[in-house]
Structures are given as C-alpha cells and as structure tokens.
Design a protein. Structure first.
Length: 416
C-alpha cells in the first residue's frame, strides 16, 4: 500500500508539541514534515528557530499545501474552533485533547461524515496505550463485557508518591506539574474530570455510547484523608483512581470514575507512577490487560506519531459499535463503597442497602456498605467535600443491577 506525503500544520508547542517535533526528527521513515507551528504567546522563548512559528491560526487553516492539522493546545474551546475549521477545510486532524473531544463528540462525528475527513485521537486516551485502535479493530464485535482502568497518569503519579515517598498531596501535585504530567488546570486531573473525558471516548469505541461527560459520575482523589491512606497502608492496599464501564443485562452499561482500594491480587496494584492500565473482559477470552505510560512528552507524542502514520495510509475510525449495538448508560445498579465522614449525622446509614462494617475514632467515622448507585449519585452527602468515598477492593467484580424502585440486590458482602 502506498503512503501519502503528510504536510503538517501543528497547533501548540508545549510539552506534547515539542515532544512530537523531537520524535518526528528521529523517524525519517515517516514521510511527514511540519510546515508551520501556531502558538499563542508572542513573548515566550522558543527552543527552535522562530521561522517555524506563526501566531495566526489561518496561516495553517487556509494553507492548501497542509493536509493534516495536529492540534496539541491546552485550550479546549479554541481547540474545537481549530479542529472543526480544519475539517471543514478538508484537512485530516489528529488531536490529543480529550476534554475538547469528549465535550464535542457528537458534533465531531457529524463533521467527520459531512466533510469526509479522518479524525484520530489515540493520544487523548491513555497516551501511549493503543486502546482506541484496539477497541476499533480487535474488539469490533459485541463480545466486550467490561473495561476498567487507571486512565489518568498524573493522579496515579501523585498517589504513588504519597504512598511510596510519604510526600504530602500538595508536594506530589507540584512534582507532577513540574514534570509536565498534570494538565495546565490540575483540578481536571485530581477531581476525576480528565478520567471521565477519557471514559467518554472509551464508551463510544467500546459500546457505541455517545454521551456528554456530564452524564458520567466522577469522584476524584482530592478528598482523600489520613484515615483512608493509613487504612490502605495497614491492609496492604493501594488507592487508584479507576474508570469503569460494565455491561449490565442486554442493553445497559454502568459507567463511572471513583477512587478504589486495590489489593495485591489486582493487576492494577503494580500500575504505579505515570503508568496507565486498562483491563478488558470479553465473553470468551476472559480478561486482557494493557499497560503503558499515560502522560509525558514522548509517550504522548508517540501516540500522535502513530496517528499521523495511520493517516498516511488513509486510516480512519469506523465507529463500528454505533452501527452494531444499542447501549444506554444506566444508574440502576449497586456498588460496595467505603465512606469516611466527620460527624455521625453527615451520612445516613438508611441510604445503604446493607452495612458490612462501621468504624468510629477521633479521626472520624467510616462505613463500608452496599448502596444503589442512583442513591449515591443523588445524595447531598456524596457532594460534601469533607466526605471521602472509595470503592472496596472487590467492588468492580460485584456491580449488580437493581430493580427500579427497591433496594433489591442479591450481591454478596465483603469486609474490608
Ligand atoms: N502533557 C501530557 O502528558 C498530555 C498527555 C495526553 C494528552 N495531553 C493533551 O495534549 C494537549 C497539549 O498538552 P501539553 O501538556 O502539551 O500543553 P502545554 O505544555 O501547556 O502546551 C500548550 C501549548 O498550546 C499553545 N496554545 C494554547 N492556546 C493556543 C491557541 N489558542 N492557539 C495556538 N496555540 C495555543 C501554547 O502556546 P504558547 O507556547 O504560546 O503558550 C502551548 O504551546 C492538551 O489537550 C492535553 O490534554 C497532554
């Protein structure tokens, strides 16, 4: 198969943009050249000649010679403007911007069809792990049962540093930012939004579900306190921020982002630092596990490079699941959770289907119990910043459908 010559217009020359420049310099076999780079700040020092740069997006968007736009900026609304204009101007697009893609997925699907141009975004989801391409090409049937993962490198890095080096949360976050692992707005990482944006993309490719990120519940790691960190260390657990998508019944999928206690038997236990891990489960092949660096200049640039290379062979996503299946997100399931709170009246035990454990000390209270997800999601206490909620170690194995109006649930209980 012959390869197309790729002339790139690059947006952004930060951590990933500069990473792509360096990676392209080391891969001469790929027939791809960066023609122009659009950045924002006129006063910033640049590590390469200023001749390569422009500050006017139209220099790239209206340049007929440029056939591929690579969008690597940190402003999701400006990115949507750039990406949609590039597509309307007949250019193929590569992006790493999960926030922009998750928030505009529906419009971007329409644009791909209307403009008949490819749009690839492997780097937007778990950076170096080729999970989107695998979901598209290998899991292109209806056998996928579940998908769960550590999909945010910076929170995993922060959690690893707090547990292994006893760093404070603030010091670990500062380190993650210095190393270029955290988003420019770190709240997107630590509050679980970045993981939710990635889950939005995974749902589209895994189950054909196109939903706004707002439809997916997310809790982050910013509420973790000394009690649960100590409990994890005493019991030999680690804490990981997990994204889950699980098929329930014929047409439903449970999806959420919640931190979880993980024990040594889990494959996720040894996914530390900036690494991501994704586990798929299918009807006949059981479980499969992907692991790789989930952030940083080169791991992310390598996924961008792979997309550019795929475009040189005219590859595009087919979104096969959308044509094959009809799945909807559901709130009608139950989970086992650990909840830590300050005052007895903060969390009513009557909200739980069952309680497996109660604990009270000077540091506060915690309970371990099974709760309906729709109850958790709608309760005011779950939104209280002083209340910390985690899944128990076996929780993801025990996600159960519940009937619409009752606490009817046949799942077993575990004690932490
Ligand atoms: N860093 C990672 O590990 C990682 C991993 C996966 C995905 N991503 C995604 O990759 C994208 C880039 O991240 P990054 O870490 O490289 O960001 P970054 O280091 O903060 O760099 C952002 C770049 O975007 C440029 N920019 C911002 N607004 C612009 C505009 N309106 N027009 C032109 N240029 C603009 C900035 O220009 P100036 O140089 O002039 O300031 C800068 O060069 C984001 O969507 C991020 O979510 C990052």
């Amino acid at each position: 198969m012959s390869r197309k010559q790729i002339i790139i217009g690059l947006f952004g020359f930060g951590c990933v943009g500069k990473g792509l420049w360096d990676v392209l310099e080391q891969t001469p076999g790929l027939r791809a050249n960066i023609r122009s780079i659009c950045v924002k700040d006129h006063n910033k020092q640049r590590p390469i000649s200023l001749d390569h740069f422009t500050f006017d997006k139209n220099d790239i968007l209206n340049n007929q010679e440029i056939n591929i736009v690579v969008e690597l900026i940190d402003d999701s609304e400006a990115a949507y403007e750039i990406v949609s204009t590039a597509m309307r101007n007949g250019k193929g697009v590569v992006s790493a911007n999960k926030k922009m893609i998750a928030e505009h997925l529906e419009e971007l699907l329409v644009l791909q069809k209307e403009c008949d141009v490819p749009f690839l975004y492997e780097a937007a989801c778990c950076a170096s792990i080729p999970i989107i391409r695998n979901l598209e090409e290998y899991y292109d049937n209806d056998l996928l049962v579940s998908l769960e993962g550590i999909v945010n490198g910076s929170t995993n890095y922060i959690l690893t540093r707090t547990s292994e080096d006893n760093l404070s949360y603030e010091a670990a976050l500062k380190l993650a930012m210095e190393k270029g692992y955290a988003e420019s707005n770190p709240a997107l990482d630590v509050e679980g939004y970045d993981a939710k944006f990635k889950l939005t993309l995974l749902l589209a490719h895994a189950f054909g579900i196109v939903e706004k990120p707002d439809a997916i519940y997310n809790l982050g790691i910013q509420r973790l306190g000394a009690l649960e960190l100590r409990l994890a260390s005493e019991k030999g657990y680690k804490i990981k921020l997990m994204a889950h998508a699980q098929r329930l019944g014929k047409n439903n999928v449970a999806a959420f982002v919640i931190p979880q206690f993980v024990n040594g038997a889990s494959r996720f236990y040894n996914v530390d630092d900036v690494f991501n891990g994704v586990q798929t489960e299918t009807s006949f092949a059981d479980k499969q596990f992907f692991m790789g660096k989930g952030a940083g200049a080169f791991p992310t640039a390598s996924a961008v490079l792979s997309d550019i290379s795929a475009l040189s062979y005219d590859y595009r996503y087919e979104y096969k699941k959308m044509a094959q299946q009809s799945f909807d997100l559901t709130d009608k399931f139950s989970l086992e959770v650990f909840v830590r709170f300050e005052n007895r009246e903060d969390v009513p035990t009557s909200d739980f289907i069952s309680i497996a454990e109660k604990y009270r000390s000077k540091e506060g209270y915690y309970i371990v119990g099974r709760i309906r997800f729709d109850k958790l999601r709608s309760s005011a206490w779950a939104g209280n910043p002083a209340v910390s909620i985690l899944l128990t170690p076996d929780s993801s194995e025990e996600i159960c459908e519940v009937s619409c109006s009752t606490n009817d649930c046949k799942c077993s209980q575990s004690i932490m």
